[in-house]
Design a binder for this molecule. Structure first.
Ligand code: TRP
Length: 338
């Protein structure tokens, strides 16, 4: 039986990622890279949000593959299954169960105001299903089931976290202080990485131009090729300045992955052309990401180890959430069982 070795003094972080393929270099440098170090300071629980992903139509084989990849990726990016709890959301039935109860403490109007719901119902006009609507309630259940203190999220999820707090507060008002009110966790550093094709826009996986975005599992040749094609300016001077968005972006990336200051980068490339600079950035990024890619490949090839990790992860997760759910069931007035 799995045992949880959390330190009671530390705060609890919960987050979940949707199994929609890999991370971008922007996700990685902005947030994901911090996951490993955070484990020293916090108790961490991370799920692959497979339940959430079926709110839009998924191809079953593809979803299964993407979920496994997302799980491997968490570990490849530094999360350690011995220190943290890493599991698939669908393996812990308590999430869906708590979600039902919480949905009875969430107003129709509140859910209708969620901007992501409005956006997604426009995008998937042929499939505005009830799950898409109640999506934030399941997310609240994910978080509240563990009484998480902190939730690392991007800005797009802030409204959902706010709703989770409101649901928790409402429940607490009726039944006495019970749920911890979760707070958003904004990582300390967090560089903003821009598109390689339009450096005024954030780097995004959903960009139509594949050259705009580096994926952390891209191979070395692909990474170098994309940097070679990066949009710059006509000045041919590696200098951080206003109006040089493309070069500023490349300098920022290079500075983070090499640990050099922007000034040092300017000096290093003084008198050199953009061709040399882009190649250097590409190589530095590829070297920086190589260990992630290698670990990912090793994990994906070791099915038995992966299975052991996610099974134990789900067992640990359930130990925590079963207690929460039992208490909730008792509070709302369900009859004791066993
Ligand atoms: N909805 C989140 C996203 O799309 C993923 C998610 C699901 C999540 N449950 C969560 C994030 C709980 C934080 C906490 O990014």
């Amino acid at each position: 039986m799995a045992t949880i070795n959390f330190d009671k003094e530390k705060k609890l972080i919960f987050s979940a990622i949707q199994p929609t393929g890999t991370f971008t270099l922007g996700n990685y440098l902005g947030a994901v890279k911090n996951w490993g170090p955070l484990q020293e300071e916090y108790n961490c629980i991370y799920a692959v949000a497979d339940l959430h992903s079926i709110t839009v139509r998924q191809e079953p084989a593809k979803l299964r593959q993407n979920s496994m990849q997302a799980y491997a990726l968490m570990q490849a990016c530094g999360l350690d299954p011995e220190k943290s709890i890493l599991f698939f959301q669908s393996h812990n039935h308590n999430h869906a169960e708590l979600s039902w109860v919480l949905s009875c403490y969430t107003q129709f109007g509140e859910l209708g105001r969620m901007t992501q719901f409005k956006d997604k119902s426009q995008k998937h006009a042929d499939n505005i299903n009830a799950g898409l609507f109640t999506y934030p309630v399941l997310m609240a259940a994910d978080i509240l089931a563990y009484n998480a203190d902190l939730v690392p999220i991007g800005v797009d999820q802030k409204q959902h976290l706010e709703l989770a707090r409101n649901i928790a507060q409402r429940f607490n008002q009726v039944y006495g202080d019970f749920f911890t009110l979760p707070e958003p966790f904004i990582p300390r550093m967090g560089a903003k990485v821009m598109s390689l094709q339009d450096p005024t826009k954030k780097m995004s996986k959903s960009d139509e131009n594949p050259n705009a975005c580096i994926l952390i599992l891209d191979d070395k040749d692909t990474i170098i090729r994309k940097f070679k094609r990066a949009v710059t300016d006509s000045e041919a001077e590696v200098r951080y300045a206003q109006g040089k968005d493309g070069i500023n972006n490349l300098m920022t990336i290079y500075s983070i992955v090499t640990g050099k200051s922007l000034e040092d980068v300017e000096k290093e490339f003084e008198g050199k052309g953009y061709g040399d600079f882009k190649l250097a950035v590409g190589e530095a990024v590829a070297d920086h990401l190589a260990p992630v890619r290698e670990k990912f490949d090793r994990l994906m090839a070791d099915k038995a180890y992966m299975k052991k990790c996610y099974t134990e992860g789900a067992e640990k997760a359930m130990m925590i959430t079963q207690r929460t759910l039992s208490k909730v069931y008792r509070k709302v007035g369900f009859t004791d069982f066993r």
